[in-house]
Design a protein around this ligand. Structure first.
Ligand code: AVI
Length: 315
């Protein structure tokens, strides 16, 4: 049983266009997936280990506890995980589903490779396919024997949907409905809670969240011939109650002009470069979102404190 990788990663020309669009917008903000080059994916895995960031631990425990019930509820099918990252969560589900194949998508080739190799060690009989791509732009899954004619089960854990604007989140859920060809989707979302805890989760004492945000600048320097000094930006994470989200931003420490993608970009001291939003959905808000995208929530599993839920969405 092998691991196969397909590369549908965006071309550098697309990257330049996206970055120019994002830096011309007000406030300045780029798509969150740009945070996940190899180093960004490694730093995100380190965030998941921080004591302040409980999301990953809570979700893993929830999956361990309810994998059998989830497997029974989704039925038979090839599991397709959107955005697997460095540290896969799918293991208990593969066991409970007695899976013979698994397909993972991720924007980072190195994270994808590493995640599938790690999974393979625990599931040697499962055939694995990795697709390196931006799943928010994918119109169809590529033709492949693991996918062709098979019923599919989607898996989108980690509250990653929260990193999209609500209108984009609806669009993404619609896209998944189309990609999954009538199959169900397991969607993990964390919920609004004490703002002090949330702000600490996104600005940990060890500075890993700040390093993750600054790595975006290092990545852009490398990929688009920039001269940005990452230390010329400070980092902050703020809870914005009206939008039910954490805003993560780099803040220019001084007046400066950067070179990037072959042109200058001016920042005055205090100017924001938003790196990410993380929207927190209550169960009601999640149900509303699902409905707008043509899904309905059939079932919900949550932790004891009701901070995080795994939802079963049916078309
Ligand atoms: C991947 N995603 C769900 C994380 C989150 O919680 O919004 C990204 C993250 N960024 C900084 N910390 C975590």
């Amino acid at each position: 049983m092998t691991i196969e990788l397909l590369d549908l990663h965006p071309e550098p020309a697309d990257l330049r266009r996206l970055v120019e669009e994002g830096l011309r917008s007000s406030p300045r903000q780029l798509p969150a997936w740009l945070l996940y080059d190899g180093e960004g994916s490694r730093l995100f895995a380190a965030i998941c280990e921080q004591p302040e960031y409980s999301l990953t631990r809570t979700e893993l425990a929830l999956l361990d506890q309810h994998a059998k019930a989830m497997a029974a509820a989704v039925g038979k099918g090839v599991m397709v995980e959107f955005g697997i990252g460095h540290a896969p969560k799918v293991s208990p589900l593969l066991n409970a589903m007695e899976a013979s194949s698994f397909v993972a998508l991720d924007i980072s080739r190195s994270a994808l490779q590493e995640a599938l190799e790690g999974l393979k060690a625990d599931h040697p009989t499962v055939s694995m396919l990795g697709i390196c791509c931006d799943h928010s732009q994918l119109d169809v899954l590529p033709a492949h024997p693991l996918l062709d004619g098979q019923p599919l089960v989607g898996f989108f854990p980690g509250s990653s949907l929260g990193n999209f604007r609500p209108d984009e989140a609806v669009e993404l859920l619609r896209r998944f409905r189309h990609l999954l060809r009538g199959g169900p989707l397991l969607l993990g979302l964390d919920q609004p809670r004490d703002p002090t805890l949330l702000e600490a989760a996104y600005d940990d004492a060890a500075g890993v969240s700040a390093a993750f945000a600054r790595n975006l600048l290092t990545r852009l320097n490398r990929d688009l011939q920039g001269d940005i000094d990452p230390t010329s930006f400070s980092y902050r994470a703020r809870w914005q109650p009206q939008a039910s989200r954490i805003e993560m931003a780099l803040v220019s420490r001084c007046d400066q002009t950067l070179q990037l993608a072959g042109r200058p970009w001016s920042f005055t001291s205090g100017d924001l470069w938003i790196t990410e939003h993380s929207v927190k959905y209550s169960p009601t808000a999640a149900a509303d979102l699902a409905l707008r995208a043509g899904w309905r929530i059939e079932q919900r599993w949550h932790d004891a404190e009701d901070h995080l839920s795994m939802h079963l969405l049916l078309p």
